[in-house]
Design a protein around this ligand. Structure first.
Ligand code: AMP
Length: 125
């Protein structure tokens, strides 16, 4: 079920638990601002989620409330993951789902990073 992007932050959401190491993930990156791990149900040959360490429900919440240092750190982390995974050439896609129409299901901001094959044009289905 998609979430309401304006809901209060729930510290027991699944990505908060992954951040705290309470449940496992296939982690590929971490720094002071973010972690990244493989999506459990990949929708492309490479499908990685980049998650800020801070407690933000969605891109909306993050862009409104996060300090500039955290925003810069998170954006830099997303770029670092893409470079480390060697996705820049041949190319990749970023996606953040927000709230109901966006189909967001986990109530902690995450950016999807897709690659490893030609991805087609934008939104299908
Ligand atoms: P979204 O619809 O943007 O909220 O995407 C949530 C994503 O989290 C989906 O692609 C799920 O496959 C993924 N996901 C859910 N639980 C886990 C988990 N425990 N480890 C890795 N990825 C997960």
């Amino acid at each position: 079920m998609p979430i309401d992007a304006t809901q209060p932050y729930d510290p027991d959401n699944i990505f908060a638990r992954i951040l705290r190491g309470e449940i496992p993930s296939r982690r590929v990156y971490e720094d002071d601002y973010a972690i990244a791990f493989h999506d459990i149900a990949p929708q492309a040959p490479v499908h990685i989620l980049v998650v800020p360490r801070g407690a933000y429900v969605s891109w909306d919440d993050f862009s409104a409330r996060a300090p500039a240092e955290e925003i810069a750190g998170f954006v830099r982390a997303v770029g670092n993951v893409a470079r480390e995974q060697r996705l820049v050439e041949p190319g990749y896609r970023l996606l953040a789902n927000i709230g109901g129409h966006g189909g967001q299901e986990v109530a902690h901001l995450h950016v999807h990073l897709f690659g490893g094959a030609p991805l087609g044009r934008m939104i299908a289905g």
